[in-house]
Design a protein around this ligand. Structure first.
Ligand code: SF4
Length: 175
């Protein structure tokens, strides 16, 4: 497409500063039960794992984070404004957030006291994942969702381009 066609080429809009990006801490609260009735907070945007089959891994770069302090502040503020008792800490691959354990350690006593459930979906299997179950087990019903992508160990991981760690189920059980 040329500028001479009279149609401007699309320009990508990108939020570089996720830390200070607006987040709706005062969302509309439904007066009936709805699905996905939870505080959904994006802790990271983008992923640099380069899995060959994954479009988002290439399209959504660069990788950007919200700091642990910011995540904790936004979660508590949104809870205070809404009373919603479920919190989902989302991203393309949350185990790549360098402060994930710090976030969960910071939220854990508060979640236990207020009976808030914490969930961490979309986790690439990594060393950090081993520590997660005991950090979310204190609230109401917490969950983590692993996305191993392949069932065979390292050989297939290399083929699809994903960096993964071999873990057994007993490695990640709460202690
Ligand atoms: S880890 Fe997940 S989000 Fe990242 S590139 Fe691989 S499949 Fe995509």
């Amino acid at each position: 497409m040329n500028a001479s066609d009279g149609v401007r080429p699309p320009v990508r809009t990108l939020v570089y500063d996720l830390e200070n990006a607006p987040y709706p801490v005062n969302p509309v609260v439904a007066n009936m039960r709805t699905i996905h009735d939870r505080i959904s907070l994006e802790i990271m945007r983008g992923c640099v794992q380069s899995c060959r089959f994954c479009q988002a891994g290439y399209e959504k770069r660069p990788q950007r984070f919200r700091s642990a302090e910011k995540v904790i502040q936004l979660v508590k503020e949104t809870y205070r404004n809404t009373g919603i008792h479920e919190v989902g800490l989302t991203s393309l691959s949350s185990s790549d957030h360098p402060g994930l354990l710090k976030i969960l350690d910071g939220l854990r006593p508060w979640a236990k006291k207020n009976r808030v459930s914490l969930s961490v979906p979309s986790l690439r299997v990594s060393e950090q994942v081993v520590e997660l179950p005991k950090r979310i087990a204190d609230g109401r019903v917490g969950s983590i969702t692993l996305a191993p992508e392949v069932s065979t160990p390292l050989g297939m991981c290399c083929r699809v381009g994903e960096a993964c760690t071999q873990l057994s189920a007993s490695d990640s059980s709460p202690r």
